[in-house]
Design a protein around this ligand. Structure first.
Ligand code: ADP
Ligand code: MG
Length: 225
């Protein structure tokens, strides 16, 4: 589902970031850890087709990412990637329902209220559909953002620092929600985090699951010439 060899990305004028090779099967879970600045968010951006590799090969959901750009990249991303960003980016002027409808419109799909309701319901927040984001707690807002990420039933779910600024109990809930939600959608899941608690929050049983991997990005590795 995600396969890379010799993958590199260089920001304009910057040193190339070098990433370890990855081979992650469909339905697999990848825990991408590493200190702040080690390249986790950049790796997610590569997998989401937001930036293109400057060297190496990357294939995501059978799509070689090297040549994918512009409108084709946007359409591909809408069809295959569910993204849970660190900053949730819910539109403050829109209700929860409208925020999810917006994701359907943005993907060129007609609004599907039944799908929105079912997705919110599965995450335990369907009663919040008429609220504005500012009327949600942090945990509720994250559930809504996760609902938006899986609304279009993506094959891959990318979560960037999903436990940042959460207390232990909320962090445990967030990780468990990601694992169960991805499994329900048969999606491949990547959790990128510098939060040392997360490794312990992924239950040991998950190690027996198909394709479960832990991968550490090291700043030293990235900067090595
Ligand atoms: P992480 O998510 O692990 O904290 P990032 O992928 O955000 O790491 O960053 C990896 C490296 O790339 C860091 O050295 C960071 O300073 C650099 N970097 C990130 N974004 C940019 C950017 N837009 N322009 C230039 N350098 C960047
Ligand atoms: Mg980051």
């Amino acid at each position: 589902m995600i396969r890379s060899t010799g993958l590199q990305y260089a920001y304009p004028g910057g040193q190339p970031l070098r990433f370890p090779d990855v081979q992650l099967a469909r339905g697999g879970v990848l825990l991408l850890s590493g200190a702040s600045g080690s390249g986790k968010s950049t790796w997610l951006a590569l997998v989401a087709g937001l930036v293109r590799p400057t060297a190496g090969a990357l294939t995501v959901a059978d799509q070689p990412m090297e040549g994918l750009r512009g409108a084709a990249a946007d359409a591909w991303r809408a069809a295959h990637i569910g993204f849970l960003p660190q900053k949730l980016h819910l539109s403050e002027a829109l209700t929860v329902q409208q925020n999810l409808a917006m994701a359907q419109w943005a993907a060129g799909q007609p609004e599907n209220a039944a799908r929105i309701h079912a997705t919110l319901e599965a995450l335990g927040v369907s009663e919040l559909a008429a609220r504005l984001p500012q009327q949600l707690s942090g945990g509720q807002a994250q559930r809504v953002a996760l609902a938006r990420a899986v609304l279009l039933q993506p094959r891959i779910v990318l979560a960037d620092e999903p436990t940042a600024s959460l207390d232990d109990e909320a962090a445990a809930q967030a990780v468990s929600l990601l694992l169960t939600t991805a499994a329900r959608h048969d999606a491949t899941l990547v959790i990128a985090t510098h939060d040392a608690r997360v490794a312990a929050l992924v239950p040991p049983a998950a190690d027996g699951q198909i394709g479960f991997q832990r991968l550490s990005l090291l700043r030293e590795q990235l900067s090595k010439a």
